[in-house]
Design a binder for this molecule. Structure first.
Ligand code: IMP
Length: 196
């Protein structure tokens, strides 16, 4: 890639989505500061480790990537692919595992990293699945928590930010697979489905 190409790419990224349509809730800097705090807290709580960190795909891929770098323990990373939404903003209630872990987690300290706990249906399903694998401990770290939307009991042990009932995208979170690459947590006004 030439220097001009890379400049062109950067200017395309800056215009997407149009700045006038984006309302930033948490800037990349605010997220980075909170992720550092979470990493410190987790490192202290699991002093010495080791820890198995389960990144729930796809929404938590960016959060998990930053979080592991803020954790000063030996960490094994696993990925769990789940699908809980179609292309809308409402949960269907049906959760499907589309990619399982590659290694057993029996007798391990396990931390599940989620993008957001909304109705709680997804995390409740994941916990029931993982409990059956006889871990030493099982906790949840969620970037975002929307407690006002709960339909089943679900409590995250670590929470980045508690948010109100608004649909949020960016930093890994999508709407119909779009917006995951935005560096901050935002609302996008140009899409009426995203801003009701
Ligand atoms: P729950 O099962 O209702 O708790 O939903 C969990 C999943 O729904 C999350 O892992 C997200 O993938 C998705 N989700 C819920 N709320 C939002 C949001 O505000 N923005 C993007 N995705 C969301």
């Amino acid at each position: 890639m030439t220097a001009e190409d890379s400049l062109a790419t950067r200017s395309v990224m800056r215009d997407y989505p149009p700045a006038s349509a984006v309302r930033t809730l948490y800037s990349p800097e605010a997220i980075a500061a909170r992720v550092k705090e979470l990493g410190r807290q987790i490192s202290a709580d699991y002093a010495g480790g080791p820890l198995v960190l389960i990144c729930v795909l796809k929404g938590s891929f960016m959060f998990a990537a930053d979080l592991v770098r803020a954790i000063s323990l030996p960490v094994r990373i696993e990925f769990l692919g789940v699908q809980s939404y179609g292309s809308g903003t409402e949960s269907t209630g049906a959760v499907q595992i589309i990619q399982d872990l590659t290694q057993p987690i029996e007798n391990e300290d396990v931390l599940v990293v989620e993008d957001i706990v909304d109705t709680g249906l997804t995390i409740a399903y994941i916990l029931s699945l993982l409990r059956a694998r006889n871990t030493k401990s099982l906790r949840i770290c969620a970037l975002l928590d929307k407690p006002s939307r709960r339909r089943v009991e679900a409590v995250a042990d670590y929470v980045g930010f508690t948010v109100e009932d608004k649909f949020i995208v960016g930093y890994g979170l999508d709407h119909a697979q779009e917006y995951r690459n935005l560096p901050g947590l935002v609302r996008v006004a140009r899409d009426p489905a995203v801003i009701p």
